[in-house]
Write a protein that binds this ligand. Structure first.
Ligand code: SF4
Length: 522
């Protein structure tokens, strides 16, 4: 499916977001079959599953949003546009005819998630053709990031340093830390530097990197090219989960489109990685890229900036970080809090009608995320930060890295909401089992510690709640494991104990207050 045709302009157009969980392919085919004079363009997902399949019909500076659309309704919408009018729709938004950003309908029109937080790095998702350089240039008033940054690498590094931008996501080489340190180290280390885009999240709930690669791959690659110039690297490697075929295809098409648009003096390669959670960890990503079948985390130091891909100085960032780099080098005012400027992407999932990926400024609180989804029943708790995130009873927590860490939550951009029937002990147990089953086996604290964690939780069901031992085991895992996997694996358990201590004691007494654990009374 070609997506390089542009979507920006003032003509009548039908946009069909393709990507995410519901791909809109039927609607796209119906529109393409029926179109005579109206343009039909496949764009990327908005990140909001509840609206899909979504069709956007634009005419004369107004866009009709057709939520949960069918092929039949798409044909009717096309007919209306061909006749010079907008179709009836749940929401219609007036806007500048040439706008490059998705116009957001009012929250009252069943599209709440599109109006939550801000849409800055997500501005083009669902609106611009993902691999159209013309659309991307239009959004940037003409220049690519790399065009303005390449002539002066020192100034590029300085701007990144001045911005105090921090890395985003567990697979980043500078997770939650200022990225400028890694750039400086890589550029000052002997060898041929390389830039890696780590897009392999391998986590059903963490979908922000996939969304960016599917819907805004040009921003990611353009920033990666600018980074390459800043550290004097000659190649960029984009690493994507083998199972995410659309993300890989769009990354490759975006690389091809950039190469067609201008002479690139930095090569871009797109490489598939294993569909395994550990394969997203930054050093295991490097091992996978080197072709190793058995993935184990590397001991650090030295970190990737000194000894990375094939021993080369390597700057490795997630697509989320590159999207923020585009904002910095595009002279955007990042906003947010000074210690963690910019925005952060969160996928809101769990006991909800459909997941949504939203963007929150770092000076917002996670509470805002509740408005993006419909929770099934009353709210009991949230697991924040991914598989090994922390449990929280309320979400009045800053969306910044320091704020999340201060609340003992994870920063990997996932907020799982759980309803009142959720048992916190069982939830903690499921995450402990994941840690036991999916660790790479290299280091004892994580490999053996995760087994003991499961055993100690099983003891709770057998009548023995050893809180002190659980806490001491968690501390050992956190402080002595080789990589983030082991450092974070016990977090769901310790935060569940903190927030729901009476439930642990009740289970030891043979009761499950939620009434969901087999063999226990309520
Ligand atoms: S912490 Fe876990 S995943 Fe990381 S190296 Fe040790 S065993 Fe492997």
């Amino acid at each position: 499916m070609a997506t390089r045709k542009g979507a920006i302009g003032d003509d009548s157009i039908i946009r069909v977001p393709v990507g995410g969980e519901h791909d809109g392919t039927d609607c796209l085919a119906a529109a393409e079959d029926a179109a005579e004079t109206v343009d039909v363009v496949a764009v990327g997902s908005t990140g909001v599953d509840a609206l899909a399949p979504l069709v956007l019909a634009t005419h004369d500076g107004a866009t009709a949003f057709l939520f949960n659309c069918t092929a039949e309704r798409t044909r009717a919408a096309l007919e209306a546009l061909e006749g010079g009018s907008l179709p009836d729709a749940a929401a219609t938004v007036e806007h500048d005819p040439g706008t490059t950003d998705l116009p957001t309908p009012p929250k009252t029109n069943g599209s709440a998630a599109l109006g939550v937080g801000s849409r800055r790095v997500l501005a083009g998702c669902g609106w611009r053709a993902p691999t159209s350089v013309a659309d991307y240039r239009a959004a940037r008033d003409g220049d690519l990031v790399v065009e303005s940054a390449a002539p002066d690498p020192d100034a590029t590094r300085e701007r990144i340093g001045d911005a105090a931008l921090r890395g985003r996501g567990r697979g980043d080489g500078s997770t939650d830390a200022p990225i400028s340190a890694a750039w400086t180290t890589a550029s000052e280390t002997d060898g041929e530097p390389v830039v890696v885009v780590n897009g392999n999240e391998a986590d059903d709930h963490a979908r922000a990197d996939r969304l960016l690669l599917e819907s805004a791959p040009l921003a990611v690659l353009d920033s990666a090219l600018a980074t390459a110039h800043a550290i004097d690297a000659t190649d960029v490697v984009v690493y994507v989960n083998d199972a995410e075929t659309l993300a890989r295809r769009r990354a490759q098409e975006a690389a091809d489109a950039l190469a067609d648009d201008r002479d690139l003096d930095v090569s871009i390669g797109v490489v598939a990685g294993p569909d395994a959670y550990t394969a997203g960890e930054m050093t295991m990503a490097l091992e996978a890229l080197e072709g190793n079948d058995r993935l184990e985390a590397r001991r650090r130091p030295p970190g990737p900036a000194q000894y990375g891909l094939h021993g080369r100085p390597t700057v490795i960032h997630t697509p989320r970080t590159f999207a923020q780099i585009e904002q910095v080098l595009g002279d955007e005012n990042l906003g947010g809090v000074p210690r963690d400027p910019g925005t952060r992407l969160f996928t809101v999932a769990g006991d909800v009608d459909a997941p949504a990926t939203i963007e929150l400024p770092t000076d917002a609180t996670l509470d805002d995320a509740r408005g993006a989804v419909a929770l099934d029943g009353g709210f009991k708790t949230a697991c924040v930060g991914g598989r090994f995130g922390g449990l929280a009873r309320d979400l009045d927590v800053p969306a910044s890295a320091p704020g999340l860490r201060g609340a003992r939550l994870g920063t990997n951009g996932v907020i799982e909401l759980f309803g009142e029937s959720t048992c916190s002990v069982a939830l903690a147990g499921r995450r402990a089992k994941l840690a036991r089953e999916e660790n790479c086996g290299r280091c004892v604290p994580c490999r053996e510690g995760s087994k003991q964690l499961v055993d100690l939780l099983r003891d709770v069901y057998d009548g023995e709640y050893q809180a002190g031992m659980l806490r001491e085991l968690a501390r050992t895992m956190r402080e002595t494991s080789t990589c983030e996997f082991g450092e974070e694996a016990s977090r769901p358990v310790t935060t569940a104990m903190e927030a729901f201590e009476p439930e642990f004691r009740a289970h030891a007494d043979g009761r499950c207050p939620s009434g969901t654990c087999d063999g226990l009374s309520t």
